[in-house]
Design a protein around this ligand. Structure first.
Ligand code: SF4
Length: 551
């Protein structure tokens, strides 16, 4: 309820992919601009916003279940409002207010900017407001945002998708692809870097087709190169590329742009050409593998991850064997694996040859086992290697128990590391702290500023002793040595070789001082994990929430 200052408070519950999470940042920014503030932990908010996902299995049942749980809370708190947005709202529209008449606002994926006005109108008129636009009027990135992380940010370069993959509901709910102008994207990134952001992930349903809308098919590679010129932007990632549009100029841009990280997440979906055809994925297994060969030739240390669907309608045992074969050949460092199940409204939902659930489940287990084996084989050679870790907030769910901290290596591998020197207890009960490197050098396999065509302005690391007991903060950068590898993560239990306090860490500290006691906006991933949590060693990927535990 309104705080002592009379401000109305809000809580946002987000389901689904990174695009939804980024939309929630926009919703939080809009509400704050309209005079709301985030509800304190444990306090009943004045406004609860559900940002929904239609890709998830049983998404509607869970939404109506959650809305049902909120009804007594709303009855006990006069003036409380409930808003439902996102893909499920776009799909179900007024059905939501029919089934849950206590909902005050339903807004579509193109109506994010209207939320404050709709809430106000619902309050004044005392009746539900439903606003669903069929297409985008304003690119959401021009809206204010309250960024979840002060050191790492998502930047949308496009929304919507022109493809017609038969298992996917996204095109009908997010509309055709709209590309943002490169100048706007770069201006947003520069502003983020000025605020302390070190890492940016470019977001789009199909980033490789970026530029089609304004007639430049090479626009994505050019955008990567332009991002390489932004001083202070240390890490650049993107998700998701579509193999059909993955051109050589993008690989060349990745290879020569020093802040593009050595990592690629490229959905495979199936290793069978027949299934790819039925999925309407316009590439085949050989062309997919050929892209990986080129990426590895240009960026040998690249970690490659993927999405795979098991049990698509018509998938035979031979088709599934083809998928296993591609997994072996591709040497994935990780994969999000999904058991196919019917999504109403998609072409695949009415296809013949639906695979029985028990067959899907059995194939899924075999796939998960192979992906784990492959990922471990890819991770094991890193033992003994030095890695540069961007320390993260909330990436390691067991950190408190293990006295480790967690973050992402340059190749996006999750690293759980011991933050201090001697005296740090490892998981095995052994005292950590096996020497430290005092020369402040970066690991040899990392690009040095002087080697780069577009030098990234990296401050020199300071030696651990100079920090005199200060732990690295989320947003700081740690260099450490890998001591153990598992399929989903790396462990580094020696003392860090170097810690660099960064603008990102400063920004995190300032944010923390300003938000102590406030509830974080709740982001719930496809399988119920809270965003920022690591699900099987990786974050949830764009457009394909984790319907099952990723391997
Ligand atoms: Fe577009 Fe990706 Fe959905 Fe295919 S799976 S239609 S590329 S969003």
């Amino acid at each position: 309820m309104p705080g002592a200052d009379g401000q109305r408070t809000f809580e946002i519950r987000t389901y689904g992919c990174q695009m939804n999470m980024h939309d929630s940042e926009r919703l939080a920014g809009l509400l704050e601009q309209a005079g709301y503030r985030q509800a304190a932990a444990g306090a009943a908010p004045d406004v609860v916003v559900f940002n929904t996902c239609a890709v998830r299995e049983n998404a509607d049942n869970r939404l109506y279940g959650n809305l049902g749980h909120l009804l007594p809370v709303k009855n006990a708190h006069p003036g409380m409002q409930i808003a439902v947005g996102g893909c499920l709202a776009q799909k179900d529209r007024a059905v939501i207010t029919d089934r849950a008449p206590w909902v005050d606002v339903v807004f579509g994926t193109h109506n994010i900017g209207s939320l404050p006005v709709l809430l106000e109108r619902a309050r004044v008129q005392q009746r539900a407001q439903v606003e669903i636009a069929e297409s985008l009027e304003r690119f959401p990135s021009v809206l204010p945002a309250r960024r979840e992380s002060p050191y790492s940010a998502w930047v949308a370069i496009s929304v919507g998708c022109n493809n017609t993959c038969t298992f996917c509901i996204v095109p009908s709910l997010r509309g055709r692809e709209e590309d943002r102008r490169p100048g706007d994207v770069l201006a947003e990134i520069r502003a983020l870097v000025d605020d302390g952001v070190l890492e940016v992930t470019l977001l789009g349903q199909n980033v490789n087709s970026y530029g089609t809308a304004f007639g430049d098919r090479l626009a994505f590679g050019k955008l990567l190169r332009a991002c390489g010129e932004i001083g202070g932007l240390e890490r650049l990632r993107f998700t998701s590329p579509h193999p059909r549009d993955f051109t050589d100029d993008v690989i060349a841009a990745m290879a020569v742009t020093p802040n593009v990280m050595p990592q690629l997440h490229m959905p495979l979906q199936s290793g069978s050409n027949a299934v790819l055809r039925a999925m309407r994925r316009a590439y085949r297994r050989d062309s997919y593998l050929a892209i990986l060969d080129k990426v590895r030739a240009a960026i040998p240390e690249a970690a490659i991850t993927t999405d795979i669907i098991v049990g698509f309608p018509g998938e035979t045992e031979a088709d599934f064997a083809d998928t296993l074969d591609v997994v072996r050949l591709a040497r994935f460092a990780g994969a999000f694996t999904f058991q196919y199940s019917i999504r109403a409204g998609t072409p695949a939902a009415t296809m013949d040859g639906q695979v029985p659930p028990e067959v899907v489940a059995e194939r899924y287990e075999r796939l998960v086992a192979l992906v784990e084996e492959t990922a471990l084989q890819e991770n094991l050679p890193l033992v003994g290697r030095e890695v540069e870790v961007l320390v993260a907030d909330g990436e390691g769910r067991k950190d408190q128990a293990t006295h480790r901290m967690s973050g992402r290596a340059r190749d996006n591998r999750l690293v759980h590391f011991s933050p201090a020197g001697s005296g740090t207890m490892t998981a095995d009960g052994v005292l950590g702290g096996r020497g430290r490197r005092s020369d402040g050098m970066r690991p040899d396999h990392m690009p040095q500023p002087s080697d780069s065509p577009h030098p990234v302005d990296l401050p020199q690391p300071v030696d651990m002793p100079q920090l005199s007991g200060a732990l690295p903060r989320p947003g700081d950068v740690v260099v450490t040595t890998v001591t153990r590898a598992a399929p989903h993560y790396l462990i580094a239990d020696g003392a860090p070789l170097a810690v660099r306090r960064t603008r990102g860490g400063d920004a995190w500290e300032i944010r923390r001082q300003g938000t102590v006691g406030q509830a974080a906006t709740q982001l719930v991933t496809g399988n119920g994990a809270v965003a920022g949590d690591v699900v099987g060693g990786q974050r949830v990927m764009l457009g394909m929430p984790a319907l099952s535990r990723p391997a």
